[in-house]
Design a protein around this ligand. Structure first.
Ligand SMILES: C[S@@+](CC[C@H](N)C(=O)[O-])C[C@H]1O[C@@H](n2cnc3c(N)ncnc32)[C@H](O)[C@@H]1O
Length: 156
């Protein structure tokens, strides 16, 4: 429901938070929360992030959180994963820090290998835990006692 966006919005009242969520259910829940709780610094983009990037080529970001992106477990579906070398290159060109969290080890390794392929940027990579809200999928992972894989991709 955008738990981490709500946390960011409350902790950074003078900054704008952009939530990119193509699913209607997620958009409605977040909009509903913002309206009922007077949260005024969240902007919801209803397109997939790839389209959002095309529509707003000049927007840059302090940071971007990618929390539990759909893992697409089956090998033949891996190419549907949001983070691949091409997407990550576009993302880091526009973002100072990318925070990635997943309980899928294979996806985590994929992201690390995509970082190694980045061009034109100097990156500091860290696997230290970072702060997030308890999102739906973070709670699920904790409930299942899954190991959590954190990655912070910081542009120097
Ligand atoms: C497994 S859920 C994780 C939701 C939330 N981050 C959490 O931790 O509970 C994956 C989310 O990614 C969103 N998503 C999938 N493809 C996307 C895309 N191309 N652009 C933006 N969001 C996308 C889905 O709509 C869904 O909300």
């Amino acid at each position: 429901m955008g738990e981490n966006m709500i946390r960011l919005a409350k902790e950074n009242a003078n900054q704008n938070i952009i939530g990119v969520e193509p699913l209607l259910n997620g958009q409605c829940n977040l909009a509903d929360y913002c309206l009922n709780n007077f949260v005024k610094n969240i902007y919801i983009c209803t397109d997939p992030v790839q389209i959002f990037f095309k529509k707003y080529p000049k927007l840059n970001f302090n940071c971007c959180y990618i929390l539990f992106p759909d893992p697409w477990h089956k090998k033949k579906h891996n190419k549907r994963r949001l983070i691949n070398p091409e997407f990550l290159q576009k993302l880091v060109m526009r973002t100072k820090t990318v925070y990635f969290l997943s309980d899928d080890y294979d996806y985590y390794l994929n992201v690390k290998s995509s970082v190694l392929k980045l061009k034109k940027v100097k990156i500091v990579l860290s696997s230290k835990k970072f702060r997030t809200a308890n999102t739906k999928y973070l709670l699920r992972a904790k409930r299942l006692r899954n190991k959590l894989y954190y990655l912070t991709i910081d542009k120097e």
